[in-house]
Design a protein around this ligand. Structure first.
Ligand SMILES: Nc1ncnc2c1ncn2[C@@H]1O[C@H](COP(=O)(O)OP(=O)(O)OP(=O)(O)O)[C@@H](O)[C@H]1O
Ligand SMILES: [Mg+2]
Length: 144
């Protein structure tokens, strides 16, 4: 991404009520671009999936910090969701549709698929024992 015109950072504990906080914060940050309603809801849903993964997987039996960074450059939105939780052994496998390590807890293994279909690019960097960073990139389409 080119030099961002605006950015924000938000840190919060991995409590399930903060999934909503992340959605609202991202929505508020993007309001300056006056985005289309459908695009905004796609971005918020992708963010929710990434934040939920921090809550349910990264910090499975504990509470840790989730760090959300959002940047805007022109029509490009960049959002990073980072945790210092358990990390992912095999990122490629984790990103396969329907792959989940928690099938007994009604997880469907579609979080990464949702992130991919609702944004233009998803990159995941992870190190077992150190944590995971998910970057979502999406170009806003102009309004007609
Ligand atoms: N931040 C994370 N830290 C550790 N493991 C993760 C993280 N995000 C995802 N994973 C791993 O990747 C798998 C796939 O994630 P994905 O979001 O696609 O599915 P899910 O969370 O299992 O199910 P769903 O999102 O449909 O409820 C998870 O089951 C988990 O093992
Ligand atoms: Mg998930």
């Amino acid at each position: 991404m080119k030099r961002p015109q605006n950015e924000m950072k938000l840190c919060f504990p991995s409590l399930s009520e903060n999934e909503r906080l992340a959605r609202v914060a991202v929505g508020g940050f993007l309001a300056q671009k006056n985005p289309r309603v459908d695009e905004l809801s796609e971005i918020k849903t992708a963010v929710s999936e990434a934040v939920t993964n921090c809550i349910v997987h990264a910090y499975r039996d504990t509470i840790g910090t989730v760090e959300l960074t959002a940047k805007l450059s022109g029509d490009e939105v960049y959002i990073k969701i980072k945790d210092r939780g358990c990390g992912i052994e095999d990122v490629e496998k984790a990103m396969e549709p329907l792959y989940t390590t928690l099938p007994d807890e009604e997880r469907s293994g579609l979080g990464f698929s949702v992130m991919e279909s609702f944004t233009d690019r998803v990159t995941v960097k992870s190190k077992p024992g150190f944590g995971t960073a998910v970057v979502l990139i999406k170009k806003l389409r102009s309004k007609i």
